[in-house]
Design a protein around this ligand. Sequence first.
Ligand code: NAD
Length: 428
Amino acid sequence: MKITIVGTGHVGLVTGAYLAEIGHEVTCYDIDSDKIELIKRGKIPFFEPGLLELVNNNIENDRLSFTNNILEALTYSEIIYITVGTPMGLNGKVNLHYLYDAADQIAKNITQKVIIIIKSTVPIGTNRIIKERIEAVSKFEIEMVSNPEFLREGSAIHDTFFADRIVIGSESKKAAKLVEEINKPLGIPIFKTDLQSAELIKYSSNAFLATKISFINEIAELCESLGANIEDVAHGMGLDSRIGPHFLRAGIGYGGSCFPKDVSALIHTATEHGAELKILKAVNLVNQKQQDVLVEKAMHRFGSLNNRKAAILGLSFKPNTDDIRESPALRMVSVLLEEGVNITAFDPVSIENAKKQFGDNINYSSSIEDALLNAEMAFIVTDWDDIKNFPLSQYEKLMKTPILFDGRNCYSLEEVSRFSIEYFSIGR
Ligand SMILES: NC(=O)c1ccc[n+]([C@@H]2O[C@H](COP(=O)([O-])OP(=O)(O)OC[C@H]3O[C@@H](n4cnc5c(N)ncnc54)[C@H](O)[C@@H]3O)[C@@H](O)[C@H]2O)c1
């Protein structure tokens, strides 16, 4: 089938590439002409394992093309995926500015009836609003499908081809069936429902995962007071099939472009409808507090941090991505700078993004060794393989004082006990 993607970011590019890979003819459109030119030159605008190869293979096979010309993009097909960003606005409300702009462009430029599939995460009721907005301008018939995206950055390709389910929400049986047909080659279970339920499934799923993280982080704090070990506690809990082992790793809290904004958005939606989501409000608060835990441990250890030299290991919100949006590292670096700390940060791929945020206020290093050299303390923020597997002997050797604050529990306590390292971790 011929398909158009509107918004060629993390989700849009992966969507375009997987749809081409399973045999469709796809054109990806974006308002950012630099991004489109970059992809046409055989590069991709962000780091995502396996995506570059998938994109370039499908360009070569003539199934995937890119344009920043809206008319060219829209005359191409009757099936339009919207994958533009829906960032957090004021007071946790979703900023729908990009989505409305995309809808207005579609309304003005379509030349036939279309099926619009919204993959962006949008507040409950938005699909209906978009349909009305487009129909107010265009004379063509519009059918809407909510098809929320569940991929994780860093494992987006795997998550797409081996997803647990595809959710399809629509008021039109015909449109829902078509989206089912489009995705059939993936062989992934499909769950069909109405528009609002599909929209809410996305928010509730992310909110539930965030809840698991904040829950285990709160129990980790209790472990520290009680002398229990959070890893054993989480393992013992996860053995119960009703609970499961996933998302029970204590750390310095969740970040990224989805969990923080989706939790806030759901709280906001509920408030607008006269309901209060008390659990999610607590999830948010616990997460904000959790992002300060390592710095608090450092302050407790040193008294004053002023003029001390610190290494930050990892800036992205999780491994295998260069995305630093809402990364716990951002908050940590800002607080440490306020405390007068001299920071050198290492990350395998996120340095350029961090430079846009912190400029010359911190130093950047392309190796863990350089970041640690003569540091008085080190903070592990992101558990990249390079960081997780970094030999403990090197902390001893390179640092002025080997004091390690590990926000991802990368090392076992038994292993650390063999070195002269002062080691602080989470919930152990
Ligand atoms: N990133 C993730 O891991 C992830 C996972 C699941 C769901 N989502 C959701 O998917 C949506 C997209 O997220 P993302 O991370 O891909 O965002 P992104 O910022 O990486 O990409 C959005 C793209 O849309 C483009 N754009 C903005 N306005 C446009 C317009 N009017 N016409 C055409 N293009 C336009 C931007 O230039 C950008 O390239 C969001 O709603 C997000 O919550 C993201």
